[in-house]
Every structure is written in structure tokens, then in C-alpha cells.
Write a protein that binds this ligand. Structure first.
Ligand SMILES: [Zn+2]
Length: 205
């Protein structure tokens, strides 16, 4: 650990900005967890200034939040979603699809669970794409098959053809599911050879 003693808050904010600038030069696609509260506000102002002067580039970073209130509307000024957007993200060149904040509006399952791949209870990390699909099969433990329509343009016939995509997804222990339910799934790091999506929301039919 390196201890820096800095004389005041303004200098501290500048020093932190320089550290992050150097880090992003080395690793432009860094994963960064942004804190909230009063302390980092000065740093965020410095980062916005540096970004406007093209001294720091956020276009490749992946942004995460450390925590969030629940439940709270994203538009609520008390939410960390609102804080991070208004104090930082809206003013820098971060790619909105690389911003991954905890969803304060998620419909959370009530049950407790010890599933180590559960995004609700064990903080299993999610990133990447999401799909909405319908459950078509569920006879395996912790796994469901979901399906959604996609449209493919056929040059030869100059029309779209409806095809169906199917994937195997992880069903956390705490989610109750039946065939026909609509679900939202999100990409994760691989859970098994054939699974790298997990169910994050269920719309009961
Ligand atoms: Zn769970």
C-alpha cells in the first residue's frame, strides 16, 4: 500500500485524477467501480475537466457502482444511479452500454438462497447482453431453455424470415419458474460449458 499525504481536498482531488489518468493510459479498458458520497465529488469534477481537454479517455472503460439503495427509482435524487449520472457519467465520454449499475428498480426475489451463481443473493457478476425470451423447457436442475424470435434478412428473397434462438440459461435457486413464463436473461462469465446466461427477471404468465 502506498500512503500519500496531501495538504488539502483540492490537491487530493487533483492527485486522484492524475492517478486515474495514468492508469487509463496503461489500461484504457479498465473496469472501474465508482464510489458515491461527498468525498469523490472533487475528483469527478477534475475528471470531467480532464476529459473535456482530452487528457483522459473513458470511451473503453466499463463502469460499475459499489452499492445502491433498494428499492428506489433511478430518477430519485437520492439514488446512486442519479448521483453517478449527474456528477460524472453525463459529462464524460463513457459509452452508456458500458455502464453497469446495480438495478434499484429490480423486482427482487424474496426467498433466501445459497446458489453461488445467483445475481440477487451472492453478487454473481453480470455483464454484456440481455435478452427477453420465453421458457420452453425446464426439466433440468438450475437450468432452463429459453427461446426468442429473431429476424433474418434473406437477400435472395428480399424479405425477413422469423427464426428462433434457443439458449440454456442458469436458473438461480430462489427463482420459481414454469414453462411459458417470460424472462429477462443477462450474460455472465461462463457458469458451465454451455451456460453463460442467468435469469434476472421473471414475468409471470
Ligand atoms: Zn438467489
Amino acid at each position: 500500500m502506498q500512503l500519500l499525504i496531501i495538504k488539502n481536498y483540492k490537491e487530493l482531488s487533483k492527485a486522484a485524477c492524475i492517478i486515474l489518468t495514468k492508469e487509463l493510459k496503461k489500461n484504457p479498458s479498465s473496469n472501474i467501480a465508482f464510489a458515491t458520497g461527498k468525498t469523490p465529488k472533487g475528483l469527478y469534477k477534475e475528471l470531467i475537466k480532464a476529459n473535456k481537454k482530452h487528457l483522459i479517455n473513458f470511451s473503453k472503460i466499463k463502469a460499475f457502482s459499489l452499492d445502491e439503495y433498494y428499492p428506489i427509482k433511478k430518477s430519485d435524487k437520492q439514488s446512486y444511479y442519479y448521483y453517478l449520472h449527474s456528477n460524472l457519467f453525463s459529462h464524460i465520454n463513457v459509452n452508456p452500454s458500458n455502464i453497469h449499475l446495480l438495478n434499484s428498480e429490480a423486482k427482487s426475489p424474496k426467498k433466501e438462497c445459497s446458489d453461488k451463481h445467483c445475481p440477487f443473493h451472492n453478487g454473481f457478476g453480470m455483464h454484456g447482453r440481455t435478452f427477453d425470451g420465453a421458457v420452453i423447457k425446464m426439466n433440468m436442475q438450475k437450468t432452463a431453455i429459453i427461446e426468442w424470435p429473431r429476424f433474418i434478412y434473406l437477400n435472395k428473397f428480399e424479405r425477413y424470415e422469423k427464426r428462433r434462438s434457443r439458449i440454456k440459461v442458469h436458473k438461480p435457486d430462489c427463482i420459481d419458474l414454469k414453462v411459458g413464463d417470460n424472462v429477462k436473461v443477462m450474460e455472465t462469465r461462463p457458469i458451465s460449458k454451455t451456460k453463460n446466461f442467468v435469469i434476472v427477471e421473471v414475468e409471470k404468465k
